[in-house]
Design a protein around this ligand. Structure first.
Ligand code: ATP
Ligand code: MG
Length: 436
C-alpha cells in the first residue's frame, strides 16, 4: 500500500463503529470530574519546546528520546505535547488562574505525541484524560484526585484494577536519597546504559525508570526513596493513606514507583492492571508542588493525574465489559416517486428539529434497496411515502423490530413518533419484567 493509504506508524483511527464507546467514556470522564468541581481546560497541541524541557525534565526518557520537536517557518522550536500537564501549567500561570481564589481544579481530554516503539498499549499518538488541582497541599487533595480517577474507572466499567501508591519526598529529603542512589549505582556504573551513565551525576532517580533490561534489573535492589522521607513528607504520606482508608479505597504501597516525569514530589500513584499485557499502567499521577514556581509562577502546590484512554479501552475490551450500544436511527422515511421525496425531506427536518434521528433516501434508490439500508442502520421505525400517503396525508409508522404498524397523520409525525417510542419502551420493560 502506498503511503497516502496508510496511517502513520503508531497512530490509530477511531472508526464510526467505535466512536460511541469513546463518546461514552469521555462524557463519563468529564461528568465525574465535574462532580468533584473540575472544569474543562483546552490548551494547544503544541507549545514552545522549552515548556516541556523545563517541566517534564531534560533527563527523562520523554524529553531525551520521545518528543516530536520541529522548527516552524519562523524558526521557533516547537514540540507536539507528550502530555498535558506542562501546557496546562503554562496556561495557568500565563492566564493568571493560580492568582485567584484557590484551589483551582481543571480537567482535560486530548491527544499526546511520543516517539516510542509502537506495541499493544503503546502508541505514537494516544489520548489522555487528566485533572490538575492547583493550590491544595493537604493530603485530602491527593485522596480526592485518586478517588476521582477510581470513580471514572469503575463507572466506565473496569471490573478489576489495583491502586499503587508511593511517596518520593520533597527536594529536601531527596538530597540524602540522591546520595544513597549515587553510591549504589556507582558500584554498577560499567553495566549501566549510556543514558543512565550520564543520569548518574545529573539525576540518579531517573535510572530507576529506565526501560533497558539491565538497568531495570540493577534498579530492583537500589535503595527506596520511602526510607529517606523527612518528617513532614512522612506525615503527609500517612495523611494520604488515612484519607484513602476513610473512603474505603484499597491500595498497596509500592516503593518502586518513581514515575517517568521529573516534576513529581511526595505522593505518586498508578492504577495498574494485569489484564492488558506489559503496558499495565492505565493511569499515573501525583503531586508536583515545585513545578509552578519552577515554570515562573508563584509558589503554589499542585497535583494531578493522566489516564491513557487507549489503554483504558484495551482493558475494557480484555475484561469483556459491555459498553452502552450506539444510538440507533429513530426513523427511516422511504419516499417512492418524485413528490414524495420533497415531503420526506420536510418530515425529516421537522423530526430532527424535535431531536429525533431521521434519515431518508439521498441516493435515489428504489424501495427495496432503501429498506435494506434502513435495516442496516438499525432504524427502529420506518415510514413509506407514496402517492396514496401524500393524497390522504396519512401513513403507516412501522416498528421495524416487532413489525407492528400504526396509522399516523403525516403532519403530526413528531408527536406520533414520540408516542410510538414511548409505547415500545414500555412494552419492552413489561416484557423484561415478566421474564424475571
Ligand atoms: P509508561 O511507563 O507506560 O511509558 P508513562 O510513565 O510514560 O507510562 P505517563 O507519562 O505518566 O506515562 O502518562 C500517563 C498515562 O498515559 C499512562 O499511564 C498510560 O496509560 C498513557 N500512556 C503513556 N504513554 C503512552 C503511549 N505511548 N501510548 C499509549 N498510552 C500511553
Ligand atoms: Mg513512557
Amino acid at each position: 500500500m502506498s503511503e497516502i493509504n496508510r496511517a502513520v506508524k503508531g497512530t490509530n483511527d477511531i472508526l464510526p463503529s467505535d466512536s460511541h464507546k469513546w463518546q461514552f467514556t469521555e462524557k463519563t470522564m468529564l461528568d465525574i470530574a465535574g462532580l468533584y468541581g473540575f472544569k474543562e481546560i483546552r490548551v494547544p497541541v503544541f507549545e514552545h519546546t522549552e515548556v516541556f524541557n523545563r517541566s517534564v525534565g531534560d533527563t527523562t526518557d520523554v524529553v531525551q528520546k520521545e518528543m516530536y520537536t520541529f522548527d516552524d517557518k519562523g524558526g521557533r522550536s516547537l514540540t507536539l505535547r507528550p502530555e498535558l500537564t506542562a501546557g496546562v501549567v503554562r496556561s495557568a500561570i500565563e492566564k493568571g488562574l493560580i492568582y485567584g481564589s484557590l484551589p483551582v481544579k481543571v480537567c482535560y481530554i486530548g491527544g499526546c505525541y511520543r516517539y516510542e516503539k509502537p506495541q499493544a498499549g503503546r502508541l505514537r499518538e494516544f489520548h489522555q484524560f487528566g485533572v490538575e488541582c492547583f493550590g491544595a497541599s493537604s493530603p485530602a487533595a491527593d485522596a480526592e484526585v485518586i478517588a476521582l480517577a477510581l470513580q471514572v474507572l469503575t463507572t466506565v466499567g473496569v471490573q478489576k484494577i489495583s491502586l499503587e501508591i508511593n511517596s518520593i519526598g520533597c527536594p529536601e529529603c531527596r538530597k540524602s536519597y540522591h546520595e544513597a542512589l549515587k553510591k549504589y549505582f556507582s558500584s554498577h556504573i560499567d553495566e549501566l546504559c549510556d543514558t543512565c551513565k550520564d543520569r548518574l551525576s545529573r539525576n540518579p532517580m531517573r535510572i530507576l525508570d529506565c526501560k533497558s533490561e539491565i538497568c531495570s534489573k540493577i534498579a530492583k535492589d537500589a535503595p527506596v526513596v520511602i526510607d529517606y522521607l523527612c518528617d513532614d513528607c512522612k506525615e503527609h504520606f500517612e495523611g494520604v493513606k488515612r484519607h484513602l482508608e476513610a473512603s474505603g479505597i484499597k491500595y498497596t504501597v509500592n516503593p518502586q514507583i518513581v514515575r517517568g516525569l521529573d516534576y513529581y514530589t511526595r505522593t505518586v500513584f498508578e492504577f495498574v492492571s494485569g489484564d492488558i499485557g506489559a503496558q499495565s499502567t492505565v493511569c499515573g499521577g501525583g503531586r508536583y508542588d515545585g513545578l509552578i514556581s519552577q515554570m515562573g509562577g508563584a509558589d503554589v502546590p499542585a497535583l494531578g493525574f493522566g489516564m491513557g484512554i487507549e489503554r483504558l479501552m484495551l482493558l475494557l475490551e480484555n475484561q469483556n465489559t459491555e459498553m452502552p450500544p450506539a444510538k440507533k436511527c429513530d426513523i427511516y422515511i422511504a419516499p417512492m416517486g418524485e413528490n414524495a421525496k420533497f415531503k420526506a425531506t420536510a418530515l425529516c427536518n421537522a423530526l430532527r428539529g424535535d431531536g429525533f434521528e431521521a434519515q431518508t433516501d439521498i441516493c435515489s434508490r428504489g424501495l427495496k434497496a432503501q429498506m435494506k439500508y434502513a435495516d442496516k442502520i438499525g432504524a427502529v421505525f420506518s415510514l413509506v411515502l407514496g402517492d396514496d400517503e401524500l393524497e390522504s396525508g396519512k401513513g403507516k409508522l412501522k416498528n421495524m423490530l416487532s413489525g407492528e404498524e400504526t396509522e399516523i397523520i403525516l403532519n403530526n409525525i413528531c408527536d406520533a413518533l414520540f408516542k410510538a417510542k414511548q409505547d415500545f419502551a414500555l412494552d419492552n420493560l413489561t416484557n423484561s419484567i415478566s421474564q424475571i
